[in-house]
Design a protein around this ligand. Sequence first.
Ligand SMILES: C[S@@+](CC[C@H](N)C(=O)[O-])C[C@H]1O[C@@H](n2cnc3c(N)ncnc32)[C@H](O)[C@@H]1O
Length: 385
Amino acid sequence: MPAVYLKEGARRLVESGLLTIYSKWVDYTVGAVRGGFADIYLGEECVGSGFYEDIGAVGVRILSGECGADPRDLIHEALDRALRLRRLLAPWDSYRLVNAEGDRLPGLIIDVYSDVVVVQTSSLGFDRHLDLVADWIEDRLEPRLVYLKNDQRSRREAGLPVERRVLRGGGPTEARILEGRAKFWVDVERGQKTGFFLDQRINRLKLGELVWSGARILDLYSYTGGFAVHALLAGAEEAVLVEESPLAVKMAERNLVVNGVRDQATIHAGRVEDFLRKTGENYDIVVADPPALIPGREHKGAGMKAYRRLYEAVARRVKPGGLLLASSCSYFLRPEEFLQLIGEAVRSAGREATILWMHGASPDHVSRPQDDFLRYLKVIIMRLD
Ligand SMILES: C[S@@+](CC[C@H](N)C(=O)[O-])C[C@H]1O[C@@H](n2cnc3c(N)ncnc32)[C@H](O)[C@@H]1O
C-alpha cells in the first residue's frame, strides 16, 4: 500500500479528527501518486487512509481511521450513511446530500434538485472516483440527470481542471424544485454554486412565517428571488428585488411567474450600493443576504467595515416595528463578531433591535464539532423599533 508520512506537528490535527491535512504537514511519501489512495502515518504508526492530494494547499484527505482500507468500500459506506441521514433530516425534493467533512467525505459535495443531482469535488481523489459516485447516485436515486459542476474558483486556484459536464442521463440542466409552498427553477449549469443557495432554505421558510399580510419587502442581493417569493406567498403585498447578475434576474422573473406573484414584484437589475444611494424609500421588511464580503483572512478588516456599512444602511430602511433579516456567509466573520457588528450597526442607525431568530445553514448541511469552517452561515431576523 502506498504511504504518506506526516510531520509530528500534524498529530494534534489528526487526533482532533480533522480530515483535510495541509501539504505543509506532509513529510514524505512512499509509492503515493497524486489523487491515489494511501495509508497515512505519523512516525511508525499508521493512523488511517485517504487520498494523497498535493493540490494547492491540500496535502491529504483522510477518509478513514482504518489502515489498508478499500476506498470504494469507504465511499459507498459514507454515501449510504449520508442518504440515510437525509431521509431523516431532509425529506424534501431538494437538499444537500453530501456535505464534505460533515459526511466524512472531505472534498465532495452532492446536491439534489428534484430529478437533477449535482456533484462538485475539490479533490483529485474524488475526481478519480467520479464513476463510482455517479453509479451510486444512479442506483440509489434514479435521477434524470447527474451533472458535474467542477467550476469553482478554488479548483482553478489549486490547478485542478475546471469542467462542467453530464455524468449520467440527459435532458435540460434545469430543475423545478419545491421549498415549502414555493416553486423555484434552478439552473445547475449556469447558476451560482451548484445552482441554488440550498443553505438558506430554513431561513427563507422562517421569514415566510414572520411576514404579515400587506407588508412591503425589499430583497437585496436577491439571486433568483428566494426570500421575495416566500414573502409574497405568505401574504406580502409587494416585493422589490435588487440583483446584479443578469442570469439571476432572469431566473427571478421566471420564479415570480411560476408562483403567480409576478405582478406584485419589481426587479432592479443592478448593484445594491447604487440602489440604496438612489432611492430613499423605507420598507416593512428588508433582507440583506450579500455574497461573502470577507473572502479570505487577509480581507477581514475591509470586509468587516463593508458589513457594518451595509447593515447600518439597511437598518435605516426598515420602518418602525418592521423586520430586518441580515446574513453573512463569510467564515472569517465568526458568529460572536457577527452579532457584535450587527448590534453596533443597528445602534448607529438609531434603532433598537429585538432578535426573533438566529440560525446557520439548513440542517441537511451537516457538520462535525471540529468542522468549524462548514459553519460559515449566520442569519439573524430582528424587529427594529
Ligand atoms: C448569497 S447570494 C443571495 C442568495 C439569495 N438570497 C437566495 O436566497 O437565493 C448573493 C447574491 O448577490 C449578488 N450580488 C453580489 N454583489 C452584488 C451587488 N453589489 N449588488 C447586487 N447584487 C449583488 C450575487 O449575484 C448573488 O446572486
